[in-house]
Write a new protein. Structure first.
Length: 431
């Protein structure tokens, strides 16, 4: 008889790993599927730095033992407020967390999540089949890369997304237009220049925004009260988004959508500004209207300003550093009938969720970017993983209880060829 797991977590980034750690500690039989920390390991150029502060970038386990500071301390690495950390170090921290804090991650590609009896049937590209009473889709941001409309018809060799590169040295000696005004655009452009390319930044914004040097953690009481620190930055507004996702969820859908669209807008890190401004020319206040592939592999871009002025640029390559837009319709792994029947937030592409991160389809949970229109801007950042993991596992326990199932009572034996059940509590010691 095939074993039915209490929970299968699909995705092994910060949200998936944190959910797995909390679920295992709660006594659930849980499997985590995916490539651990794939966004950091595969989709960020070498030389990038973590923008958030180390203390606000922890993955979450119930005991709070497997923090970024604990990892760095065990290896003699700095994890200091106001000191940028290399992305590679952060990726290694995530792999350490995956080994120590929760069930073993099974590195595979999920191709199908479909209803099966009172639960779900999950298929992988590697040929495994799993059954689960509940599923968490913690698929990260990569399914939701966003391109400006004008770039979508260009051949692949002419345009790419900023998340599609590990080695920007391949553009040495080439003219590269970077589209965008956020950290990804600014840091990509700076790295291109430092690796011998000739980048130019194009943005519809009239000016670039830069974060300031972070205030000390220890400050006079009055100053701390006026501008409190939070996982998403300094100030009361950031504090609310960071610490009160449950309150954001209680707002009207239109208000939540507006908050997610406007809060914590594009800005560059304070430590990047000098590197960028010294080497990267910018063209601000210009919208991208058209893009035409030329012979020889170059691309011609047509731009316009709000005043109707036009400009033309040519480049060897265009990089869209234009972020990610949550869209349920891109989750092709999820059964079409389930996907199309989900209640959504307003008119957008994100599922409406309960306080326990459960969708309108019983037993189907979400974590990460797709949950931002329900719980607010913190779900766009690693910092939100702690809130999400704890509430989500509580929701799973409630769902299993409502279904009359005792967590962990899963029947005999793991699925053949699937690598074991992966259930159990977090390990009790750090290596």
């Amino acid at each position: 008889m095939q074993r039915t797991e209490d929970l299968v977590v699909i995705g092994a980034g910060p949200y998936g790993l944190s959910a797995g750690a909390h679920a295992a500690a709660a006594g659930l039989s849980v499997r985590v599927l995916g490539r651990p920390m794939a966004s950091w390991r595969d989709h960020m150029p070498e030389g990038m730095f973590l923008k958030s502060e180390p203390w606000s970038s922890n993955l979450s386990d119930p005991a709070g033992r497997y923090t970024l500071a604990a990892y760095c301390a065990s290896r003699g690495l700095p994890a200091e407020h106001g000191r940028p950390m290399q992305i590679g170090t952060y990726g290694e921290y995530g792999l350490w967390f995956a080994r120590e804090a929760g069930p073993p991650v099974e590195e595979c590609t999920v191709t199908s999540v479909a209803p099966h009896g009172e639960g779900f049937r999950i298929l992988t590209a590697e040929g495994s089949e799993l059954l689960a009473r509940a599923v968490v889709l913690a698929v990260g941001v990569m399914p939701f890369t966003h391109y400006p409309r004008a770039l979508r018809s260009l051949p692949g060799g002419h345009v790419s997304h900023s998340s599609g590169h590990r080695d920007l040295g391949r553009f040495a000696g080439e003219d590269v237009v970077v589209v965008g005004a956020g950290q990804a655009a600014l840091e990509t452009a700076a790295l291109l220049a430092e690796r011998g390319a000739r980048p130019r930044l194009v943005a519809r914004a009239g000016r670039l925004s830069w974060n300031t040097l972070p205030q000390p953690l220890e400050r006079p009481l009055l100053r701390a009260l006026r501008e409190p620190h939070s996982g998403l930055g300094t100030g009361w507004r950031s504090w609310v988004w960071s610490e009160l996702p449950w309150a954001v969820r209680r707002l009207p859908a239109a208000t939540r959508e507006r908050i997610v669209a406007t809060a914590l807008g594009p800005a560059g890190a304070w430590w990047l500004r000098e590197r960028f401004e010294e080497r990267v020319p910018v063209l601000l206040g210009h919208r991208l209207r058209r893009a035409v592939p030329l012979d020889g592999g170059r691309t011609r871009l047509g731009l316009s300003t709000a005043a109707g002025e036009e400009a033309v640029l040519e480049a060897d390559h265009v990089i869209a550093a234009t972020g990610f837009q949550p869209d349920l319709d891109r989750l092709r792994m999820l059964d079409a009938g389930v996907r199309d029947g989900l209640r959504r937030v307003g008119g957008g592409g994100s599922p409406e969720l309960s306080a326990g991160f459960e969708s309108s389809y019983p037993g189907l949970f979400f974590a990460g970017l797709l949950t931002a229109p329900s719980f607010g801007p913190s779900m766009r950042f690693v910092h939100g993983a702690g809130f999400a993991a704890g509430r989500l596992v509580t929701g799973v326990l409630r769902r299993l209880g409502a279904a009359g199932r005792r967590p962990g009572a899963s029947g005999p034996g793991p699925v053949a060829g699937s690598g074991g059940s992966g259930a159990g509590h977090p390990k009790s010691s750090m290596r």
